[in-house]
Design a protein around this ligand. Structure first.
Ligand SMILES: [Zn+2]
Length: 485
């Protein structure tokens, strides 16, 4: 069954808006990416099978408002058929100073305003859930730091060295109405919470952020879920878990066109369009309720209303991640017919967002990993020669048991880890490690990313399921028209 393709006008106004701000980025690349995204939104896609009465949904949202933007229609459908729904909000959305100041005029101090904003956003979420027909008990608020989940995942693992939010100045959950007030801000605590939610809910479907989401909190939520799933007891409810689905919220200019185009369909970004996306067309009533629920996030509507409106479309989109199987030890994976035992290789799109088009030395276009039981070798490939202005990072997270990553940064002419070797050759960076440094973890989550100052330019994230590496939870490898490494 295929979704009907609606006929729509091209948004001339949106093009004008793009050209007006394109000097910031580089006009040609931005227009190309934008036009490709516009075309991709109309593609035919299979239908996402809606939940049935026997389903138990576990939804992970990094922030209040993600539930409406990505799943406002799906949640209504689930309630209508009597499925059980539980939504875990990892943060209270308290890391948005702009909204905090515009909402809390007269409140002295940034951290006070941000904490108050967290409380306000929790109330807004409850009001939004009511609009969608969901009781308040559906939502669990964990109260971790907004804008800091990636810091927990990459750096702050232990309760002895908690992360301190630069917005609220808290280093533990400051909200009395969170699930466990006082919990230290560290990855171990989040993992415990997610593991407990999995045990308690025994979900038949999990909805979580897409691994390619540009927002650090969204990406980190995906990583933490991956680690929690891997850490679950062997065989726990495996036969009941039917699918892990991802939703996308932040990705360059996406969704295009931005703003209120409620008759338009929502398609994935062009270079992700080859994945296993499925669409859930919404009824007129569902769209009206979704619009009302979106408006309940009043503090966000004031600051980024145009972005929120961009998700009021005729459908919602979900990509199914491959089935989860920690025992999977298949050999080699390649999309170019060059599969070799123990080798993972993948290509990534070039210039797929305005920032990456403007900073090609930070645009990751290829990854090859070889792991043979004694050594770990990786080659990272970029769209332009390695530049001293870009920071190149790699994090290797063991998943069984889950633990803090081995982290490396390329500094001028060497990796900053004494036991790591490797070199830069024009557009590639190599790294060689002894495998024992990875603590014998077979499944490994590999993240490579680039930064321009504090700004993340590009990031890729793959899970290698065994020493004979294979990406098992990454969406199917993609190839696009501008995909050559
Ligand atoms: Zn979010």
């Amino acid at each position: 069954m295929r979704a009907e393709r609606p006929k729509v006008r091209l948004p001339v106004g949106a093009y004008v808006g793009l050209v007006a701000r394109s000097p910031l980025y580089g006009t040609a690349a931005a227009v190309r990416a934008y036009a490709a995204n516009l075309r991709a939104r109309n593609g035919d896609r299979p239908l996402h099978s809606p939940p049935g009465p026997e389903d138990r949904l576990l939804v992970l949202c990094p922030h209040p408002d993600d539930e409406v933007l990505a799943l406002g229609g799906l949640l209504q459908r689930a309630v209508a058929v009597g499925a059980r729904v539980r939504i875990v909000f990892l943060t209270h959305g308290d890391g948005f100073p702009f909204a905090a100041y515009s909402e809390m005029r007269g409140v002295g101090g940034l951290w006070r305003a941000c904490r108050l904003l967290g409380t306000v956003r929790q109330q807004e979420t409850r009001a939004a859930l009511t609009e969608l027909g969901l009781p308040h008990e559906t939502a669990i608020f964990l109260g971790y730091p907004d804008g800091g989940l990636h810091e927990l995942w990459l750096t702050h693992w232990s309760p002895d060295q908690p992360y301190r939010s630069r917005y609220t100045q808290a280093d533990r959950v400051p909200y009395e109405n969170a699930r466990q007030p006082g919990t230290p801000y560290c990855a171990r605590a989040v993992l415990d919470d997610l593991s407990e939610a999995l045990r308690r809910e025994r979900p038949t479907r999990i909805y979580a952020p897409h691994p390619q989401d540009d927002h650090g909190d969204h990406w980190a939520t995906f990583c933490l879920l991956t680690a929690a799933l891997r850490a679950r007891p062997n065989g726990a409810w495996d036969d009941e878990l039917r699918g892990v689905y991802s939703y996308l919220t932040h990705h360059g200019d996406w969704p295009v066109p931005q703003g209120r185009w409620e008759k338009f369909p929502l398609g994935p970004p062009a270079h992700l369009a080859h994945g296993d996306w499925a669409t859930l067309p919404l009824t007129a009533e569902e769209r009206i309720a979704k619009r009302r629920a979106t408006a309940r996030h009043r503090s966000q509507m004031r600051c980024i209303g145009r972005f929120l409106h961009s998700f009021l479309r005729t459908n919602e989109l979900f990509e199914q991640l491959s089935p989860l199987s920690p025992a999977d030890a298949s050999l080699g994976l390649a999309q170019d017919g060059l599969a070799m035992p123990g080798v993972f290789r993948s290509r990534y799109p070039r210039g797929d967002a305005p920032l990456r088009a403007a900073v090609p030395a930070g645009d990751l276009v290829g990854l090859v990993v070889r792991r043979d039981g004694t050594r770990f070798q990786a080659v990272l490939r970029f769209a332009a020669p390695i530049s001293p202005g870009i920071a190149y990072h790699l994090a290797l997270h063991p998943l069984v048991p889950p633990g803090p990553p081995l982290r490396l940064t390329w500094r001028g002419n060497a990796w900053d880890l004494p036991d790591a070797r490797g070199q830069a050759r024009e557009r590639t960076l190599e790294v060689h490690l002894e495998d024992e440094m990875l603590r014998d973890s077979q499944p490994l989550l590999v993240t490579a990313w680039t930064q321009l100052g504090l700004i993340w330019v590009d990031r890729i994230c793959v899970e290698l399921a065994a020493s004979h590496a294979r990406a098992s939870m990454e969406p199917r490898p993609r190839s696009g028209p501008r995909d050559e490494g």
